[in-house]
Design a protein around this ligand. Sequence first.
Ligand code: NDP
Length: 314
Amino acid sequence: MDRVKLVIIGSGPAGYTAALYSARANLSPVLYEGFFSGVAGGQLMTTTDVENYPGFPDGVQGPELMHLFRKQAERFGTCYINEDVKSVDLSSHPFKVVGSHTSFEAESIIITTGAEAKRLDIPGTHDGELWQKGVTACAICDGAAPIFRDKELYVIGGGDSAVEEALFLTNYGSQVYIVHRREELRASKIMAERAMKHPKVTILWDSVVTKVEGEKLVESVTIQNVKTKEEKSHEAAGLFFAVGHTPNTKFLNGQLDLHPNGYLKVKPGTVQTSVEGVFAGGDVQDFTYRQAITAAGSGCMAALEAERWLAARE
Ligand code: NDP
């Protein structure tokens, strides 16, 4: 098994920034980009316009931004591995990192595995039912499919994702409904205003989806008003979950301390996890800010801390 100074697990703004900094510090990082989702680069790969990443006054497409991040880290010698990490062993040093086909002994590790979109337990939406047959958790990835063209589409959630996805879907659907469980959006003001002003977006307040039905594809959704308890079935071709994210920590198998909500615990003000020599950056350890720029910042912090920790050991 090859021994390396640093393995970074997970691509995205945090992973690529950690790679850029550590490669420039001559740590020759190995970065597992992930394969399960079919795309490296994390959540920005399924985003369209990114208007709030500094340095791009006219905005930039999410995948283009990640392509630039990746290329910049590659320039200084990052070694990319297009596999998922299956397990790690943090019980002794050097640590062990096991991928689908490769494995390494690592003197230090940076975890930047991010978070993935949550699904709700609604009858009709599960695997083997209408999941991926009109029900999805990513409008940006799936919204352009022909089954959604000129049809009535429903998005569940009230945050920036729900609004962004609803606005994106207006390019395809005849009308887009945001189904939100309370009477106020969580989304930022500017995004909420865009949704409320858009002629093709309707917000169904105090509402939840209780059932999704269809033969082969989604044909209808049943919506309940949580205040009046009134339920009504509506014709629909698509249902999109935009109800937040779950951090990707399963492969750690309980070896690092987590917050009760499943996010990785780091020592306050640092990116150090509960095991010395293991650092974390990006959304996997951040349930407060969750922005590309903050992920990149914490990826940088993780690389600097790993570098100092390795230097101190030498
Ligand atoms: P959020 O956690 O902000 O929002 C999740 C939404 O889902 C909330 O409105 C919540 O309702 C609702 N929800 C959660 N659980 C359920 C449930 N069981 N049933 C019904 N509704 C439910 O997640 P987002 O993914 O929207 O955003 C995450 C972060 O990413 C935020 O910081 C956001 O600002 C950022 N972001 C920024 C974008 C941009 O700037 N372009 C685009 C997308 C995301 P409730 O409000 O009642 O809790």
